[in-house]
Design a protein around this ligand. Structure first.
Ligand code: HAM
Length: 406
């Protein structure tokens, strides 16, 4: 999975960034938003010996932007295409598809305000997720710019207040603190109330926001991607502007979002940088593995090593180790017996590891200063003096230099 991620990210021109396991607590409070569940309830926080407030990373975007600014990447180029593979921590109730320590891969394109950048990010996310999970759909929405959101939030509060008593307790609390998040409720009563009484945000954004949304939607459709408009998709982090999207897998139960992301045009500025627009996504690797099931297991290559080195007299150990080093230097992958098993057991082990050839230094070879090569693929067998091993191998086995399936 990781290998595919590195390859596909490179195919889109993204470069890897690694950020630390923990950051200053206020980075996430400012970045994700103080009224979000991640910041309110889910972070693992601690103080270090100097009394600084720190948090294990619950997501990577804020961390990437912090590092982007600290390293002046904005001065290096007008656009930064960054990707990551990361281990993250959220104190959520563990359940199917929801873990307290989990893994994401993601990408952030920092610099372009244009819809083609959203299209690139969403197609990259889909391209990658689709290699792992079958039956995926993309849900897309726009939540506009903060300016157009303010009057909408007042309207939303007004339309739901008369029905506050019927809302789930958690959603009633959100009515004051973060009303947009009510759309994300898992409660069916709340969802019914929303369907009957709530205005929808995409109908209240500016003409420029609508135009941006329409271009992204049309662009994704033209690329043949399975995208639908989900007018209730608002996402759980406060930094989003305009585009929000998720990729959903069938058959995962309630935690069916394998990927989420969107545009965040003000985060760089909110974290102390200049005004630079950005868009990105992150995908949950455990969820994708669950969605992939056996399909992914079938793609894992069977174990295959170029050469397994067999010997059973301890006097042969040093020459074998030296020869193994030479053979590796010639580009072959080599495994050497270290359990001092019988010759028969070693042959079995060579087969189990899918050895394409074995080199054998038995008692006869040791006495003669030679080694025997047996190529499994062709059945060819030959004994040569130690100095001739390189030439013999080169004539009979193309080196891959890898141990597949590891
Ligand atoms: P997020 O929606 O919080 O977004 O997480 C993205 C994905 O990570 C989810 O769709 C899910 O697959 C996975 N995920 C989240 N929490 C858990 C968990 N507790 N256990 C297992 N998997 C989980 C973000 O993190 C944003 N930083 C995405 C982004 C990047 N937006 C812009 N750029």
């Amino acid at each position: 999975m990781e290998q595919t991620i590195h390859e596909r990210m490179a195919a889109f021109g993204y470069r890897e960034m690694r950020t630390p396991a923990f950051e200053s607590l206020d980075l996430f409070e400012r970045g994700i938003g103080p009224e979000t569940e991640i910041v309110n309830k889910e972070m693992y926080t601690f103080t270090d010996l100097s009394g600084k407030f720190l948090a294990l990373k619950p997501e990577s975007t804020a961390s990437v932007i912090r590092a982007y600014l600290e390293n002046n990447l904005n001065r290096e180029a007008p656009l930064a295409r960054i990707y990551y593979l990361d281990t993250l921590f959220r104190q959520e109730r563990p359940q199917k598809g929801r873990f307290r320590q989990f893994h994401q891969f993601g990408a952030e394109a920092i610099g372009s305000p244009h819809p083609e950048q959203d299209i690139e990010i969403i197609s990259l996310a889909y391209d990658l997720c689709n290699r792992f999970g079958p039956d995926l759909t993309i849900r897309l929405n726009t939540i506009g710019e903060p300016d157009s959101r303010k009057p909408f939030l007042t309207l939303l509060q007004k339309s739901l207040e008369p029905h506050a008593a019927a809302l789930a307790p958690l959603d009633r609390g959100r009515l004051q603190s973060n009303p947009l998040r009510i759309f994300d409720s898992k409660d069916q009563n709340t969802q019914d109330l929303l369907d009957r009484h709530a205005p929808l945000i995409h109908e209240h954004v500016s003409p420029a926001d609508s135009g941006h949304f329409a271009t992204v939607m049309a662009g994704l459709k033209a690329l043949g991607l399975p995208v639908t408009h989900d007018p209730k998709l608002v996402r759980g982090l406060d930094y989003y502007t305009r585009t929000t999207f998720e990729i959903i897998a069938t058959g995962l139960g309630s935690q069916d979002a394998v990927c989420g992301g969107g545009r965040y045009d003000h985060l760089v500025e909110e974290l102390g940088g200049p005004s630079i627009p950005a868009v990105g996504f992150a995908a949950g690797m455990e969820r994708l593995l669950m969605a992939a099931g056996d399909q992914l297991a079938a793609q894992v290559p069977v174990s295959q090593v170029d050469v397994y080195f067999i010997f059973n007299d301890q006097a042969a150990m040093q020459p074998v180790l030296e020869l193994a080093r030479e053979v590796r230097a010639a580009g072959y992958s080599v495994m050497v017996e270290t359990l001092r098993r019988s010759m028969k057991a070693q042959f079995r082990e060579a087969n189990r590891n899918g050895a394409r050839a074995v080199l054998i230094m038995g008692a006869d070879e040791l006495a003669a200063g030679s080694v025997t090569l047996k190529v499994m693929e062709t059945g060819h067998q030959d004994t040569v003096a130690l100095a001739g091993v390189g030439e013999l191998l080169a004539g009979h086995l193309r080196p891959t230099g890898q141990v597949a399936g590891h």
